[in-house]
Design a binder for this molecule. Structure first.
Ligand code: 26Y
Length: 821
């Protein structure tokens, strides 16, 4: 009977208004007389949420009833950004909201921008997880995301006097998108010891006893698909003290404060996202987070499976679990523990189920990002898991020894345990051994892991265990939402919005390359997007930039391997050149705005130094009357998902200039090109496949290739090495104090001059600067430039995360879509 209350999409604008106002007045208890943008956002979000929730319930019911194979995406990061615009799009009623809000005196864009970003991630890996959730729902896959409900997401970055300052991101004051499930809880154990005994049948049983317990509470977030009613679930675990743990002894003896302190200690587990991107720090609390989340998720998955009363042998035909990097690797020994210690399966039988269930995605080859946990720490925190890991390792090494009897060194190289002091558990090796497929995230990267870090495992398992799934992005958020005018223009030419579900349809745009009106409109849209970004820059930094300039953008986490230093040295080089130009030469120069953005991990000194240099260069250049509009240097504070939605559509050139072989894929490269920008890049990550798709005449590639990196590094250390002369002049300028205290930048400069230039900045500098000149020349020929941009957009169909998810489903998960009822 309740189904007659199912909210349909708003049938009229008035109905939307009525619901929104009702929520403002009753749910929020606010008077309409002081209804500001924020209250309007809240009311609108709740009105749309009502629609989502009904589809969500139905989807879950349908999945329970049909009981298909499900996929579980385990990720410690989900960089979701804002939800309201996406909900409006997926319910298909943004226009209703626009009209309804407008007659109440509000602009839909202002209302949408009231929402706080859900920023439960660092960078690429977390945003990839968010794009995957969108695609899995849109393609009707029965899929769940599992993560942690951090009380503080990635810190907010403020720039104070040219330095990064980190401010906590408390984002939960008002979050209409999560539903606390106080009835879905799991007790999670830590510490303690293992007791071994023989049961009545003489079988050896291990029990994990003692220690302490923390409770995991589920918080569910609906994930609506586009163009379908499928609404999947993202389940985030929050931590609190287990009910039995609340110390009544202390409580009754009047020690109330310390019993509250215990409570708070339990809550710290899910308190904060670690802000390191591609840098492993081995902190105990992080290991606790990982186990807490893996154990809660596994418990939930097993509980769901057991409800169906199927035999255990069906587990891997009903369940696929994907590990987003090694962060959830403890799920492997945890499932083995559940099956053997709790469900009584034989070791080998259990191990077969485990290794058929998991797939592992690798996102980096950087040695400093490969997770290792110390054996003593694991022994202390997870004694039974350490035993299980040793047993997994034993079985594996025995197999290797039998198969390669003559290769004694091989055993030490592939052992899960590194024989260092202290001994370390190599999580990537455990992930490989416990999974049936291992994938890289772009072709070059997938080849590199097979020939470098995981070479021995290719020999042991054969090449078929290793595969590639090139990353993608969701065209809903990164084209339609971020760039509504471009999306509308495309739709007008392609006869509707079907391309948002099948991005390969973009190829038809090539048929409009000669359409003058289309080209003009395309160009105007880019200009309007630049005006919007220029306004944001003016509002936040006070600097005016001319939207007719070439906008050159590099936004991503600050990291030496991503080489923001190469970019800023190039900017200084340009500045020095401008200072020497005659008025005639200046007239010919294409005005440029260099825009940077990105967070540095709080403890990453070198990355912070690069931010400081960018800010100092901006301070000098932006106020130099010799330069005027010819060059502006901007650092956009607090780069995040919602800023990316403004920035990506507004670039002419974006920079993806990592040392070849270091950036696994990159995904913002895809976001910029699909929004009609060109890129300057190295032969690295997905740049290579972007080149293959769009054509090498449409991309500005430069620099050394991955194959040559090792030799060049060697030459720096042992050859006679000289810094590139143009770069040497840049260093002279920095050393002269032109950009403030030279001492602040000495480590940055010396790393290149004296300490081996590990990231090959000097080797690539000449080629980088030359390519920037080619860009100036190309930009001056606007007509050819537009042809390049349009052609590139038309050829980007491959990079939809829908294609990517279909590949995972087919090659790795073996799951089928489930049509909504
Ligand atoms: C070990 C821990 C501190 C750690 C935390 C975060 C290690 C790595 C990371 C994050 C890695 C990451 O974001 N990697 C990026 O993944 C993207 C999606 O596959 C790639 O496009 C990008 O090249 C890669 O750097």
């Amino acid at each position: 009977a309740w189904s007659k209350y199912t909210p349909k999409p708003f049938s009229t604008v008035e109905e939307f208004q009525r619901d929104t106002i009702r929520h403002v007045e009753t749910t929020l208890a606010r008077s309409l007389y002081n209804c500001d943008d924020f209250a309007t956002y809240a009311g609108t979000a709740l009105a749309f949420r009502d629609r989502l929730v009904m589809d969500w319930n139905k989807t879950q019911q349908n999945q329970t009833f049909s009981d298909p194979k499900r996929v579980y995406y385990l990720s410690l990061e989900f960089l979701m950004g804002r939800a309201l615009d996406n909900a409006m799009l997926n319910v298909g009623q943004k226009e209703v909201a626009r009209d309804g809000l407008s007659s109440l005196g509000f602009r839909v864009e202002d209302v949408i921008s009231q929402e706080h970003d859900a920023a439960l991630g660092n960078g690429g890996l977390g945003r990839l997880a968010a794009c995957f959730l969108d695609s899995m729902a849109s393609l009707n896959y029965p899929a769940w995301g599992y993560g942690l409900r951090y009380r503080y997401g990635i810190f907010k970055q403020e720039i104070v006097d040219g330095y990064q300052v980190e401010v906590p991101d408390y984002w939960l004051d008002f979050n209409p998108w999560e539903f606390a499930r106080h009835d879905v809880t799991v007790d999670i154990q830590f510490f303690g010891w293992v007791r071994k005994y023989q049961d009545d049948d003489g079988k050896t049983v291990n029990v994990w006893e003692g220690g302490e317990t923390v409770q995991a509470v589920a918080f569910d977030v609906p994930i609506p698909g586009y163009g379908t009613s499928t609404t999947n679930n993202l389940r985030l675990w929050g931590s609190k003290a287990a009910s039995g743990e609340f110390d009544f002894q202390k409580f009754n003896s009047g020690d109330y404060e310390s019993s509250v302190a215990d409570q708070q200690r339990a809550e710290t587990i899910s308190a904060v996202l670690y802000p390191n991107d591609n840098l492993d720090r081995g902190k105990e609390l992080r290991l606790k987070q990982q186990y807490f989340w893996c154990a809660a998720s596994l418990h939930d998955i097993v509980r769901r499976f057991k409800k169906t009363k199927r035999a255990w042998k069906e587990f891997p035909t009903q369940v696929a679990i994907q590990l987003n990097d090694t962060h959830p690797t403890l799920a492997i020994p945890e499932l083995q523990r559940i099956l053997v210690d709790q469900e009584g399966l034989e070791w080998d039988e259990a191990w077969e189920l485990v290794s058929k269930t998991f797939g592992y995605s690798n996102h980096t080859v950087l040695p400093e990002a490969l997770e290792k946990w110390s054996v003593p720490l694991m022994q202390h925190l997870l004694p039974r898991h350490l035993q299980i890991i040793y047993d997994i390792n034993l079985g594996f090494l025995q197999y290797v020894e039998r198969t390669f009897p003559k290769e004694r060194d091989l055993l030490g190289r592939v052992s899960i345990i590194e024989e260092s002091n202290p001994k370390m558990v190599r999580m990537a090796y455990l992930a490989i051994i416990g999974s049936h497929k291992v994938n890289g995230v772009a072709e070059l990267h997938s080849d590199l892991i097979k020939t470098t870090i995981f070479k021995d495992f290719v020999k042991i398992y054969g090449p078929d265990k290793f595969t590639n799934v090139t990353n993608g992005i969701t065209p809903r958020r990164w084209l339609h939402q971020a760039n509504p005018r471009l999306s509308e223009l495309i739709a007008s030419k392609l006869g509707g919005y079907d391309f948002l579900k099948d991005l390969t349809m973009l190829h038809k745009l090539e048929g409009f390359l000669d359409d003058k009106d289309f080209r003009k409109e395309f160009q105007e849209i880019k200009y309007a997007n630049k005006v919007r970004l220029a306004k944001h820059i003016k509002d936040t930094t006070g600097v005016s930039v001319n939207p007719s300039s070439l906008f050159d953008v590099q936004v991503k986490r600050m990291h030496e391997y991503k080489r923001q230093q190469l970019n800023i040295f190039g900017v200084i080089h340009r500045y020095l050149a401008i200072k020497k130009m005659t008025p005639e030469e200046k007239k010919k120069l294409v005005p440029r705005v260099s825009i940077f953005g990105g967070k540095a991990a709080p403890g990453y000194w070198m990355a912070k130094t690069v931010i400081h240099l960018i800010c100092e260069v901006g301070r000098v250049v932006n106020s130099d009357p010799d330069v005027g509009d010819l060059l502006k240097v901007i650092f956009v504070e607090d780069y995040n998902v919602s800023k990316a939605e403004i920035i990506c559509p507004a670039s002419d050139i974006s920079e993806h200039i990592s040392t070849a072989g270091t950036e696994a894929s990159g995904t913002s490269n895809m976001k910029f090109v699909i929004n009609g920008g060109l890129i300057i890049g190295t032969c690295d990550g997905a740049n290579i496949e972007i080149t293959r798709e769009i054509g090498e005449e449409n991309i500005f590639l430069f620099g050394n290739i991955a194959e040559d990196v090792e030799e060049l590094r060697h030459a720096h250390l042992y050859g006679n090495y000289q810094v590139d002369p143009a770069l040497a002049s840049v260093f002279d300028a920095i050393r002269s104090g032109m950009f403030g205290d030279a001492g602040s930048f000495s480590a940055l400069v010396n790393g290149i001059v004296d300490h081996g230039d590990y990231y090959l900045v000097s080797d690539d500098f000449a080629s980088y600067c030359k390519t920037q000149e080619l860009i100036d020349e190309a930009y001056a020929k606007q007509d050819e430039w537009i042809t390049k941009c349009v052609t590139s957009v038309a050829r980007m169909g491959f990079f939809s995360s829908d294609r990517c998810i279909d590949e995972y489903a087919e090659m790795i998960w073996n799951v089928e879509p489930l049509a909504p009822k």
